[in-house]
Design a protein around this ligand. Structure first.
Ligand code: C2E
Ligand code: CA
Ligand code: CA
Length: 806
């Protein structure tokens, strides 16, 4: 057998290199520690030479060595013990005069000096923890149970038997009670331990008879148990096996489904380690593969020419230049999981006993790690499957974010990255009309399309329902945008084709990632915001998140965040715009319109905050705030004995979702003891034409309580004239857009016809947005009376309005 020059010598305890394979007298054959009798001699010498020092004895017991031995072979178990011994030495290495020995099959002893007992205990605690965790911490089953007994040798004590007994009792107590570290106390005196006689080397029968390269096995175990990456660990091991035994090729193959094997590790003398070989072979390319093995799972062929292999096998051997080989089956839990192959180009006479038994032991070690790797892989697959959405196979939202984080962490500054948020508008149409299966099918199609869209350069996730997120990589912004636009319009075409009546569109919001360290959810949020802005713009299905979007959005957020304070601080004020009788020139009413005072003295107008407040529902607070100011104003006028006119207040459609809206309005009226005839409620036409049952009820109730309802913005909504006549309103406010165009005969006729209809339905009519004297004259000529607009007055603060009604 060649010597072990290629083997990493760091695992061999220093100072013992010369005792290769423990041939020296008094050394434990298997783990290269001295025996108890030798250790005793050394201790006695030490005690004599340095009698003034303070000594301590440590007995270390590895609880599950027998179990490890049963499961993974003796070499494995011994390698574990040896590694424990190495660690133990390393931990106490500061003390050059420490003595170590193996007392028993699973027991090690250390004897050393230390002035401070506490320090010694602390050191032991650390050592125990280290030993306990040094093995396969990733897999419960392979973990050692290490207990330690510590005995502080009293000054002047020389009785070695007593020391061993006391220390042994502490260790036995620890084992029995499962306490990792026990310092001997008198109370343990009754603890049962093996007598000193029985502590003589009591090793397992097969330990003595077996001859194998124990250091090589120890190296293998150490290598594999320390590695975080079993693939590379096994790669390194096959290489070492090749070099150590002088093979030309060493492989590990695993059985996979369908009678196939996969080469998972491969080393060749000429090529070195072949990374990720993953060669798949079906077993039927070798005739009677299994019959080549003996009962121990070994197929040893010293000369391929002489074994009567089939022509096909021979062709295989020749092609690979294989003259002799040994195959060893790998087992786990009684099942064959693969095999290790060691090939030589040359033919050999025979194989040495030691080489064979080392390979056999090695195959057991390798088996346990191949099994572990298999297990890890399966866990990994399982974890991966948990990360993916069952329906579409795309990442779940959380997993997507993690993937993106990882991708951006390694991002290439020369590339451009973008976050894309997509959905299908009107997706509910599918579920409603075709059922969930059809909807699901479309989501699957969409997922597949997303994956193909940018192949390897994108990461796709599903947020929920029809909402998808994608991290797209490209060479430039233009490239990404073009690609997204192209893909989106193609998929939208497909949707149009498949569901012609569905009005289904893909919409995508795109956010370019300037700073890869931005929070992922912020990127997703920005892309989603861009998507939402697309709304009903059917020509443009892709929206890029721009600075302008960011700013308007920031403003909106600012509005939402500060509206409550603004109301509280009195910054929200009701202005009044007078309504005039064109016949008499008198003010006959007013409309309350809200204004928001900015800190700098400027004003915010309704279109800057009403829409966003409607979205979040806070508009109700604004409306009630205006309403209260109107009520307060009317009741003050009453007190001051002024002439009073009805004031109309705008109430958003949002109120009508609240079934207590009417009660709230009436409650406030009562609070101010206000006569209902002074209040008009303005609601928009589109709001009424929604014709929600609840809304009609509320309006009826309000009217029954004596309030008037005005239909605002008439003419720009969707209602038919028939609806107008039926509807529950008292006043119709004709939108400004009507009166903007009155010049032609045709336009005049049109306006007039509508006016007549409204009148015929018994409703009052008022024209809004009247800006010129000509308009006033036109309306008056046709017999209309009421109007509101800049030609008379803009909305003004209440105090200013009061001059109209003095
Ligand atoms: P609206 O109810 O149709 O109000 C009339 C709008 O037209 C007011 O704009 C008014 O200042 C403006 N206006 C009046 N006369 C003329 C004119 O001759 N020419 C032009 N170009 N405009 C005229 P404002 O005050 O900016 O309000 C805009 C909209 O905001 C309102 O339209 C209303 O829908 C909403 N709004 C205002 N105040 C409130 C409120 O307190 N609550 C709710 N829910 N909405 C409100
Ligand atoms: Ca209005
Ligand atoms: Ca209006």
């Amino acid at each position: 057998m060649s010597d072990n020059r290629q083997v990493d010598s760091k695992i061999i305890p220093a100072g013992q290199q010369e005792n290769r394979d423990g041939t020296k007298e008094g050394m434990d054959l298997l783990i290269n520690l001295c025996t108890l009798s030798v250790a005793k001699e050394q201790i006695r010498e030490l005690l004599e030479k340095e009698s003034q020092s303070t000594y301590h004895m440590v007995i270390l017991h590895v609880g599950n060595i027998s179990q490890l031995r049963e499961e993974y072979g003796i070499a494995f178990a011994m390698a574990v013990l040896q590694n424990q011994a190495v660690l133990l030495r390393r931990c106490f290495q500061l003390q050059d005069r420490a003595v170590f020995c193996r007392m028993d099959k699973d027991t090690l002893m250390a004897f050393g000096q230390c002035e401070d007992a506490r320090e010694m205990e602390e050191q032991c605690r650390q050592v125990q923890e280290k030993l306990q965790n040094s093995y396969f911490g990733r897999r419960e089953k392979l973990q050692c149970r290490v207990t330690m007994g510590l005995y502080h040798v009293p000054a002047g004590e020389r009785d070695l038997g007593l020391m061993l007994a006391c220390c042994g009792k502490a260790a036995a107590y620890g084992s029995r009670c499962r306490i990792p570290l026990v310092v001997f106390e008198e109370s343990m005196a009754d603890e049962e331990i093996q007598t000193e006689d029985s502590l003589k080397m009591k090793v397992m029968a097969d330990e003595k008879t077996l001859q194998y390269g124990s250091r090589f096995i120890a190296f293998a175990v150490n290598l594999l148990s320390d590695t975080m990456d079993l693939d590379s660990g096994l790669d390194m091991l096959v290489k070492q096996v090749g070099l150590y035994f002088d093979y030309d090729e060493v492989l590990i193959s695993e059985f996979i489904q369908d009678n196939s094997t996969m080469v998972s590790n491969k080393w060749r003398r000429e090529e070195g380690v072949v990374r990720n070989p993953e060669e798949i072979n079906t077993l039927d390319i070798w005739d009677d593969f299994f019959s080549g093995f003996d009962k121990d799972g070994i197929n040893l062929t010293c000369n391929v020419e002489e074994r009567g292999y089939s022509e096909r096998d021979m062709a295989f051997f020749r092609e690979r230049h294989i003259g002799s080989f040994i195959n060893l089956l790998l087992h786990c839990n009684g099942q064959t999981i693969g095999y290790m192959t060691c090939n030589r180009q040359r033919v050999i006479e025979q194989i040495s006993e030691e080489e064979l038994s080392t390979l056999v032991q090695l195959s057991k070690v390798i088996s346990s790690f191949v099994a572990l790797r298999f297990q890890n892989r399966q866990n990994q697959e399982h974890i991966e499957s948990l990360r993916r959405d069952e329906l579409t196979g795309l990442y779940y939202y959380g997993a997507f974010q993690k993937e993106v984080r990882r991708a951006l962490y390694q991002s290439d500054p020369n590339l451009t990255y973008a976050m894309v948020y997509m959905d299908i508008s009107n997706f509910a149409y599918l579920n409603e009309n075709f059922g969930y299966n059809e909807g699901n099918q479309l989501l699957k199609d969409m997922a597949r399309w997303l994956r193909y869209m940018n192949a390897k350069r994108c990461i796709c996730g599903r947020v929920y329902a029809d909402r998808f997120v994608i991290l797209v990589t490209g060479d430039s912004r233009e490239e990404i945008e073009n690609q997204i636009r192209h893909s989106v319009s193609r998929f939208s075409d497909y949707l149009q084709h498949r569901y012609p009546m569905g009005d289904l569109q893909v919409r995508a919001g795109l956010y370019y990632i300037d700073n890869p360290e931005t929070e992922i959810f912020m990127m997703i949020d920005a892309a989603n915001h861009a998507r939402k802005v697309i709304k009903d713009d059917y020509l443009n299905h892709v929206m890029v998140y721009t600075e302008h979007l960011r700013q308007t959005r920031a403003e909106k957020i600012q509005v939402v965040a500060s509206i409550h304070d603004a109301i509280e601080n009195g910054d929200v004020e009701a202005y009044l715009q007078p309504k005039f009788s064109m016949r008499t020139g008198e003010v006959v009413g007013a409309e309350a319109l809200v204004r928001w005072h900015n800190k700098d003295g400027s004003l915010k107008y309704p279109d800057q905050f009403i829409p966003v407040l409607e979205e979040v529902g806070y508009i109700v607070n604004v409306d009630f705030c205006v309403f209260r100011q109107v009520l307060a104003c009317l009741s003050r006028w009453r007190e001051e004995g002024r002439k009073r006119v009805p004031i109309s207040v705008n109430f958003s459609r949002v109120h009508f979702r609240d079934q207590h809206f009417c009660d709230k309005v009436m409650g406030m009226l009562r609070e101010y003891e206000m006569e209902p005839e002074y209040i008009e409620i303005e609601v928009t036409e589109s709001c009424i034409s929604g014709n929600k049952v609840g809304m009609i009820q509320q309006m009826t109730q309000l009217r029954e309580n004596g309030l008037k309802i005005a239909m605002d913005d008439f003419g720009i909504g969707y209602s038919s004239l028939g609806m107008l006549i039926d509807s529950n309103v008292d006043i119709v406010k004709v939108d400004k857009s009507f009166i903007d165009h009155y010049e032609t005969e045709q336009e005049q006729q049109y306006i007039n016809r509508i006016g007549q209809l409204v009148r015929a339905a018994g409703k009052d009519i008022i024209f809004e947005g009247v800006e010129t004297q000509q308009q006033v004259e036109f309306l008056r000529d046709y017999g209309y009376d009421k109007a509101q607009g800049y030609v008379f007055s803009k909305p003004v603060p209440i105090a200013e309005f009061e001059k109209w009604i003095e």
